[in-house]
Design a protein around this ligand. Structure first.
Ligand code: SF4
Length: 482
């Protein structure tokens, strides 16, 4: 059987999609190649969020074509994912050596299409059409892209986004919000736990909108009246009444109902999720942190800007005050919670004063980590057509200034861990130094320590001895030492 190499660009959703395609192909008898050298099929799973990511994948394909076509003309070359979705046929027009272009709702067709191409029944295939129900088509996956025992796994709970932030291409590449059912998701999580996975990250472009749109049924097709069944547009609809610890009777959103259901899985140690949207971050979700011990103390809450004027231009749907209010509530519920965020600098029309407000927000919130992005014009998005595009030099300058503030805060926050004992889940060897092991704290900090393969999958207490740049170093804690 042929071998396949999949290279992934971009976010965790893409990682998860690549795992799913890998599992699908392996089930058909393909072997997974560790690199493109010698592979019979080479697939690039692409990202469109920034121009840089698109250029990287395009350049990679140009190099792959140069290397393979001369000596191995039969190798099948394909693009899949977001850039495949947004550019479609254009990719083959530009690079005629490419055989397959697979859109974001078509991952489950990969094996069939490759079979047709390898058998020579079709010469080129471009499929970027929308497909109803595609969000629930792939359940099997190979965690971290290999059959090797993995401790952590991503589980996709929904596809698409309806927020239409003015800078973002995702609603165009991933389509409308479509959610899988709670039983489907729980079944996938159970399966992963039975394979040894101890931590699951629930994934979606906007997980706080899980189950809110369309005629979605959160129960499996063909059933009715089960717990969690929701039909129709359920935004703001009350589903399961719950007495909150905040003292009011309120109801749980579908996303919190999903967290409750996943939390019940025996053997699962930790639950994470990404990315939520501040607009959908209700009190029931904040309360879930206090109520559900397996839900770890970490929130990745993209803020994008500290200026209300820019947030409005971005169509984010919240204000700085609302954002800061959520962080305050989270820290009241869980004082040790780690907070990370995404920030865009140089959005069209961003003035020096707007940018100063982003700097002041970073200082006010004290993020543990922030991913800073220089605004990148994406075609067909409203922001690309806005006046007052900010020159690259100013974007780069603001990026640097914000980075300095974020690094200074992180140094302090990571430094505060030195001397403390904390629990980690051991994930495997360190990427930088495979002789050492890495684990992750509940608040999402990486800890490197001297350990061995036998520690993989263990929940361990470590004593932090040193803090580096966004990494902690520790020693396995000796009970009773303190
Ligand atoms: S919420 Fe905004 S930034 Fe996030 S995926 Fe949706 S449109 Fe893009």
């Amino acid at each position: 059987m042929p071998s396949v190499y999949i290279k992934t660009y971009g976010c965790q959703m893409n990682e998860r999609d690549s795992e799913a395609v890998a599992a699908q192909l392996e089930a058909k008898g393909y072997t997974l190649a560790p690199s493109e050298a010698g592979a019979d099929v080479i697939l690039l799973n692409t990202c469109s969020v920034r121009d840089f990511a698109e250029q990287k994948a395009l350049n990679k394909m140009v190099n792959v074509i140069a290397e393979t076509r001369r000596n191995r003309p039969d190798v099948v070359l394909g693009f899949m994912g977001c850039m495949a979705q947004s550019r479609g046929q254009e990719l083959i027009d530009r690079l005629p050596d490419v055989d397959l272009v697979l859109g974001t709702q078509k991952f489950h067709r990969a094996a069939d299409y490759l079979e047709e191409l390898l058998a020579g029944r079709r010469e080129k295939i471009v499929d970027v059409a929308a497909e109803r129900g595609s969000e629930a088509t792939i359940r099997e996956h190979l965690p971290n892209g290999s059959a090797k025992k993995s401790v952590t796994a991503f589980v996709s709970i929904m596809q698409g986004c309806n927020q239409y932030c003015t800078f973002c291409i995702v609603p165009y590449t991933r389509g409308e919000e479509r959610s899988r059912t709670i039983p489907d998701i729980v079944a996938e999580c159970r399966q992963l736990v039975s394979q040894g996975v101890r931590e699951i990250t629930l994934l979606g472009q906007i997980v706080t909108s899980y189950g809110k749109r369309g005629n979605v049924s959160l129960a499996p097709r063909g059933t009715s009246g089960e717990r969690g069944r929701v039909t129709g547009n359920v935004e703001n609809r009350l589903l399961t009444p719950a007495l909150s610890s905040f003292g009011e009777e309120r109801e749980k959103t579908p996303f919190v109902q999903l967290l409750d259901a996943v939390h019940e899985i025996e053997g699962l140690e930790r639950i994470r999720f990404t990315s939520p949207h501040p607009k959908g971050y209700g009190d029931d979700l904040i309360e879930a942190y206090a109520r559900l011990p397996r839900l770890v103390e970490h929130a990745h809450l993209p803020v994008q800007s500290g200026s209300d004027r820019v947030l409005k231009l971005m169509h984010r749907g919240y204000t700085r005050t609302r954002y800061v209010g959520i962080i305050e509530k989270l820290r009241r519920a869980k004082p040790d919670i780690g907070i990370s965020t995404d920030i865009i600098v140089g959005f069209p029309g961003e003035t020096e004063d707007d940018f100063e407000q982003t700097l002041s927000l970073a200082r006010e919130v004290e993020f543990d980590q922030a991913y800073i992005f220089k605004y990148s014009q994406r075609r067909d998005t409203p922001a690309a057509e806005m006046p007052d595009q900010i020159p690259q030099k100013i974007r780069a300058d603001r990026n640097q200034r914000l980075l300095e503030v974020i690094n200074e805060i992180a140094k302090r926050r990571y430094g505060a861990f030195v001397g403390r004992q904390t629990q980690i889940l051991v994930e495997g060897p360190s990427k930088k130094n495979p002789a050492r092991m890495t684990g992750r704290t509940r608040c999402n900090k990486i800890v490197v320590f001297d350990g061995s393969e036998r520690h993989r999958g263990q929940l361990m207490d470590v004593k932090i001895t040193r803090a580096g740049s966004f990494t902690l170093y520790g020693d396995p804690a000796i009970l009773g030492e303190d």
